[in-house]
Design a protein. Structure first.
Length: 157
């Protein structure tokens, strides 16, 4: 009886090993994502969004924005679909821009607010886009990927 139980016990231990390893490695993976590296990653993708804005790259914003994205600007509230269409159009001309004074506030492991100052020389039709501004850009992690769920800017004094 003991000779039958030992191989069965060993087989069960081997089968259960991946779940123990997965549980133990999850904190290690999370620990490797330091606040500094997360902030650097979010700043990088935020800067990529400015390049995409300047080059009318709506496809970038299809990937960058969450499906439930909300954008708050001087003309009101816009959805992801509206932002993607607007960015992809030739309505605006971004001659130049700069972004700086970044700060990340991590609310939990899946939610981080990136705030920063932006200046741009941009016109949309005959309207000059307000500049400089303070920006709030809220990121959420879904399915292991960071996406922008909220973007809002306020004219800086």
């Amino acid at each position: 009886m003991v000779t039958r139980v030992l191989p069965l016990f060993a087989l069960l231990c081997l089968a259960a090993a991946p779940s123990f390893v997965a549980r133990d490695s999850a904190p290690a993976i999370a620990a490797r994502t330091t606040p500094d590296s997360l902030e650097a990653h979010l700043i990088d993708i935020e800067k990529q969004s400015w390049v995409a804005w300047q080059h009318h790259d709506g496809k970038f914003f299809e990937r960058f924005l969450s499906d439930d994205h909300v954008e708050v600007g001087t003309n009101g509230i816009a959805t992801k679909a509206q932002v993607v269409a607007y960015v992809g159009s030739a309505m605006c001309t971004v001659k130049s821009y700069s972004v700086d004074h970044f700060h990340a506030t991590r609310f939990d492991e899946n939610t981080t607010l990136l705030t920063y100052r932006a200046e741009q020389e941009t016109t949309c039709g005959k309207t000059v886009v307000p500049s400089p501004t303070w920006v709030s850009s809220l990121f959420v992690r879904r399915d292991g990927r960071w996406m922008n769920a909220l973007y809002q800017h306020t004219r800086a004094e």
